[in-house]
Design a protein around this ligand. Structure first.
Ligand SMILES: Nc1ncnc2c1ncn2[C@@H]1O[C@H](COP(=O)(O)OP(=O)(O)O)[C@@H](O)[C@H]1O
Ligand SMILES: [Mg+2]
Length: 466
């Protein structure tokens, strides 16, 4: 069977309607049965007490003459005239000796079994259903000389009792469904009201799209679960907005970064084509074009790498790496660049430590950091490198005596395409180096930290787990 997808407000309503119905019905039946029993008991007690008074009085009297004026006798014995009662004395053969009836149905034929039980000395209660109104009757034996000589029967009309029970039933039949209906209606509206913010949230969610991330859910400063849901939702929209903005900015940056070399390519080519040129000039042009193409190509490679990294598509080629050898190797490569700017590469202590990593990637990270150190240091400056083990990590520090990085920039230097403005125009590069380096460190379970102040040089510290 398919699951019924009722709205929550209906489910809630049905649940408490149903539970209330069950509770009310059980409670009402309990009240009804208890009430009926205790009423019945009190009726039985009443007729029995009359019967017992008569029975003991008759045992003492032995006088059948009183039967001539039975009503007077009853008044004397009971102290008042019994109302709404039926009283008769019957001898052991079932013959009626005396009788008084205040009830309409005059004859009350006793069943044979009742008489028989009474003659054995038992007190018998019975409800006579044949007559209307019904009659409740007790038969009490009168014992003389340890022998039951006759029985006294006291009956009372159950009219009042039946009437009372009927009224009670009617009250219940009316009040139970009424209170259930009222609860259901009130409950439905309460559930609907309580859940209204959910609908508000839903409608706000419908309106949200990538071009409309300013939408905020306002359910009026509630501090309950729904208020928190709305808050969470708003926070999520905020994050989405940031993410979309980043993607947007990223596209702008990519286009910009590729546009520059393309513009140069186009400009140079157009100028060259304006008139006939020497073979050497064409060669020169093609060489220059090739540089721009290389530049674009490397940007695209870097972007591809970062996208793959984002999509977790890159698998590291893990192997044991002797960090000292690797650092020495990179320093050798870097020497050519450093010499051009008369920058001294100062190799400090290199602790002999092995890390598990992807050699090409770690080399590339180190390369980026050292290249930056050289790029952003004035001619004649210094780049200092050292490595040591600390806290279960191999650390490589690259410290330069360069321009340093301002506090505003330092937060962003690891972002894609971010380049601190001052250096942007002067130095080659696309602003992807640190993003890639950071990814490499993190992919190995490490990190890169930076400490820098403008004019004070910078310290880049790479951490790799051993
Ligand atoms: N050692 C450094 N000293 C000063 N600024 C640096 C240094 N390293 C990085 N930066 C700043 O961080 C920016 C981002 O670096 P990076 O991602 O390697 O890009 P790129 O080197 O292509 O500019 C650089 O443009 C520069 O402004
Ligand atoms: Mg760089």
């Amino acid at each position: 069977m398919g699951k019924v997808n009722l709205p929550i407000k209906w489910k809630l309503t049905l649940w408490y309607g149903g539970i209330l119905s069950i509770i009310l019905v059980i409670f009402a039946s309990g009240v009804y049965i208890y009430f009926k029993n205790s009423l019945q008991k009190s009726i039985d007690a009443k007729i029995r007490s009359i019967g017992e008074v008569l029975s003991s009085s008759l045992t003492e009297t032995h006088n059948t003459s009183i039967f001539g004026n039975f009503e007077r006798y009853l008044e004397n014995v009971l102290g008042r005239k019994p109302k709404g009662k039926f009283i008769q004395i019957m001898d052991s053969s079932g013959r009626i000796g005396a009788k008084m009836s205040d009830i309409e149905g005059e004859t009350l034929p006793t069943s044979f079994s009742t008489l028989e039980s009474a003659l054995r000395g038992e007190i018998v209660y019975e409800t006579i259903e044949r007559v209307t109104p019904r009659i409740r009757m007790v038969t009490i034996p009168i014992v003389e000389n340890k022998k039951v000589s006759s029985v006294v029967q006291v009956g009372t009309s159950l009219e009042d009792f039946d009437e009372t029970m009927k009224k009670l039933l009617i009250i219940m039949i009316i009040s139970i469904p009424t209170s259930i209906s009222v609860t259901i209606v009130v409950g439905y509206f309460m559930a609907k009201k309580a859940l209204r913010p959910v609908d508000q949230i839903r409608r706000a969610a419908v309106k949200i799209s990538s071009s409309n991330l300013d939408e905020k859910i306002d359910i009026g400063g509630r501090r309950d679960e729904l208020g928190r849901l709305a808050q969470t939702f708003n926070a999520m929209i905020g994050r989405l907005k940031d993410a979309f903005q980043r993607v947007n900015q990223f596209s702008i940056d990519v286009s910009h970064e590729l546009k520059t070399p393309l513009t140069i390519l186009k400009g140079e080519t157009e100028v060259a084509l304006r008139k006939e040129r020497e073979k050497e000039d064409y060669k020169e042009l093609l060489k220059s074009n090739l540089e721009e193409i290389d530049r674009m190509s490397s940007i695209i490679d870097d972007l591809l790498l970062l996208s793959k990294a984002d999509a977790k598509e890159i698998k590291l080629n893990l192997e044991e790496i002797a960090l000292r050898d690797l650092i020495m190797g990179v320093c050798m490569d870097m020497k050519i660049f450093a010499d051009r700017k008369s920058i001294e590469i100062d190799v400090g202590e290199l602790e002999d430590v092995r890390v598990k990593g992807d050699e090409l990637k770690i080399r590339r990270m180190l390369w980026n950091i050292m290249e930056n150190g050289i790029k952003y240091t004035e001619n004649g400056g210094k780049v200092f490198i050292s490595s040591y083990v600390n806290d279960g990590y191999a650390r490589i520090d690259v410290k330069d005596s360069g321009t340093g990085i301002s506090e505003e920039d330092i937060r962003f230097i690891f972002d894609r395409f971010y380049r601190a403005d001052r250096s942007r125009r002067r130095e080659s590069g696309s602003g992807l180096g640190l993003s890639i380096s950071k990814w490499i460190a993190e992919a190995h379970g490490g990190s890169i930290e930076v400490e820098s102040q403008p004019g004070q040089g910078s310290l880049f510290s790479m951490k790799l787990p051993i």
